[in-house]
Design a protein around this ligand. Structure first.
Ligand code: GLC
Length: 579
């Protein structure tokens, strides 16, 4: 297995040609040692990637926010990204055909299922008038199709990353442009017209056999089960546009007037002023990957983390013209408020849990400690055992008298990748995953959320949804697609060994089980009750995880450095300060 090792010379300057690759375990030890090594480098030595605009680059910075040296881990992760990006790819690309061996056989032995995965991914490609425009959600003919024969925006993200990492950007460009055209459609549900910026949940190609003509059909929620709103689609679209730009170096796509307008329309939807008292985004249930009633209404973590990441990506991509400038200013303000809110009120660790356990209620005025009037009795019992002494995570939801203490995988990983989580929080999230491996990973990575809702709670929260019974599907089911997010988070925090462990688990089952959509059970041992087979994002998620581990420079397209201007004000646990 190929590992990355970086020599840091005594003077602290690192140049691209000092990045070296080694083939053995020693490299990994070296990597681990580097993370612990106190560094003498100063912030001035840091090379910032060219496309990362800092909040400090804009004039409406809040005064008095000082930068300070980042900790070793975030420092090294940032540097790895910068150094490796600038020294160009390591060349460990899976070939365009996807089936043959890597460039140098000596570099690493690909796992035998990699070839099958590429075949499955290529079979899932959807063409529109001769051009590839996306990948179908699942190629499973044994089950009723419902809408699994469509290209889902969120599902296409890991496929897109796999293609970008493999040097095949065309399909990603086509996808971005086609979905942009769909955004400009007039969208109606019954008699209600949806916002202009709404991006579809999914689309498919309709072939008219009489006219021998192809058209696209999109679903903005008007056909979706439960008529759920795909709030995440627009955010993923912006994130993908930045990944495409970063990976190809081609900024002409993002600079197109229609792309700039598309971004502004999405941003208009989520930056509009209203009655809100929080900077987080108010959502209905089922508005994201968990697209059914699962108690994720209100201010769900997944959407807040994607919102934050999309705002940061838009900041990089928006032109500073008259229209763009106005949005940039609004984004900067929102990012400040959002990062403060999330880092302060969504963060949970041993110390914070103990504080809430002892909270007073009914406090009035700005001096209140228990700002949201959370009743300590509402804390579920499981969390007291679950919380390790070292480690922490962003909880699922916060609003008046409500704290959804469940752990959600996607939101926590995106928080790390977008640097919504500080370096200390990111480390703590990884500590928690390690400490609660049995619960969160078990036999198949990775739980979409933890724990499952059971009995009476299940009836109330899901509305008696038989697909979401305990430890199944969205209710504590295990989703292989999440592997790519875990791997990216592991690389960013300098803990590739965690990802490797998870990938090995997945490799032992995925091909044999025909790439299921999800697994059931407390340990994730059973193929999900209604799980589709040949689920494309399970395939693509695995490939992306593999490619990132083999060439960590890929991380740059889906990760953003911490902006030192957005330092948290609160410091809650010992684990934050001692790391
Ligand atoms: C299910 C999942 C959703 C996914 C879709 C297509 O509805 O809940 O997240 O996008 O299937 O795979």
């Amino acid at each position: 297995m190929l590992e990355l090792s970086v020599e840091i010379p005594q003077n602290g300057n690192i140049s691209p040609n000092e990045v070296s690759y080694a083939l053995d375990e020693a490299a990994e030890n070296e990597f681990a040692k580097l993370l612990d090594r106190p560094r003498t480098l100063t912030l001035e030595n840091r090379q910032r990637s060219l496309d990362e605009k800092s909040l400090g680059d804009f004039s409406i910075m809040s005064p008095g926010v000082s930068s300070r040296n980042a900790d070793n881990i975030s420092y090294l992760a940032d540097h790895l990204e910068n150094i490796i990006s600038s020294s160009r790819r390591s060349g460990i690309n899976t070939p365009r055909s996807g089936f043959s061996t890597p460039r140098s056989q000596a570099d690493f032995e690909p796992h035998p299922i990699v070839g099958d995965a590429w075949e499955a991914l290529r079979r899932s490609m959807v063409y529109f008038r001769g051009e590839p425009v996306g990948t179908i959600a699942a190629l499973d003919n044994s089950e009723e199709k419902v809408n699994y024969d469509q290209v889902f925006v969120r599902d296409f993200v890991p496929s897109a990353l796999a293609f970008l990492m493999n040097g095949e950007p065309e399909i990603v460009k086509n996808f971005l442009l086609k979905t942009l055209r769909l955004q400009s459609w007039e969208k109606k549900i019954d008699r209600f017209q949806l916002g202009e910026g709404v991006m579809p949940a999914s689309f498919k190609v309709y072939h008219d056999p009489v006219r021998n003509h192809e058209t696209l059909i999109a679903d903005f929620g008007e056909s979706a089960i439960g008529r759920v709103a795909p709030i995440d689609s627009g955010f993923w679209w912006i994130i993908l546009l930045r990944a495409y730009t970063k990976s190809t170096g081609d900024s002409s796509l993002a600079e197109k007037p229609e792309c700039q307008k598309g971004m502004r329309l999405i941003l208009s939807l989520c930056l509009s002023e209203g009655f809100d008292t929080f900077p987080t985004l108010l959502c209905a249930d089922g508005c994201c990957m968990i697209d059914r009633r699962m108690g994720v209404y209100g201010y769900p973590l997944e959407i807040q983390a994607l919102f934050f990441m999309a705002l940061r990506c838009a900041l990089v991509l928006l032109k500073e013209d008259v229209e763009g400038k106005e949005f940039i200013e609004r984004i900067v303000k929102r990012l400040h408020a959002l990062s403060y809110h999330m880092r302060s009120y969504y963060w949970m660790d041993f110390k914070q849990l103990n504080d809430i356990y002892r909270y007073k209620t009914e406090e009035y005025s700005h001096t209140a400690v228990n700002k949201f009037n959370v009743m300590p009795d509402s804390l579920p019992e499981w969390v007291f055992d679950f919380m390790p002494n070292r480690g922490g995570y962003f909880i699922g939801n916060v609003s008046p008298a409500k704290m959804d203490i469940r752990w959600f995988c996607l939101g926590n990983c995106i928080a790390i990748l977008s640097s919504l989580a500080t370096a200390e929080q990111s480390t703590a999230i990884m500590d928690l995953i390690e400490a609660r491996w049995e619960e969160l990973v078990g036999e198949m990575p990775l739980k979409v959320c933890y724990p499952a809702i059971e009995s009476h709670d299940w009836r109330i929260v899901t509305g008696c949804d038989p697909k979401n019974t305990r430890w199944s599907y969205h209710n504590g089911g295990s989703w292989p697609v999440l592997l790519w997010l875990l791997t990216a988070a592991c690389i960013k925090t300098g803990r590739p060994q965690i990802a490797r462990r998870a990938i090995e688990l997945a490799e032992s089952r995925l091909l044999k089980d025909n790439w299921p959509e999800y697994y059931d059970g407390k340990q994730g041992r059973y193929i999900g009750k209604q799980s589709r087979k040949f689920q494309t994002w399970s395939v693509a998620g695995y490939l992306v995880a593999k490619m990132m581990l083999e060439d960590p420079s890929h991380l740059g397209m889906i990760s953003l450095e911490e902006d030192k201007q957005m330092k948290p004000v609160l410091r809650r646990s010992a684990s934050w300060t001692t790391i």
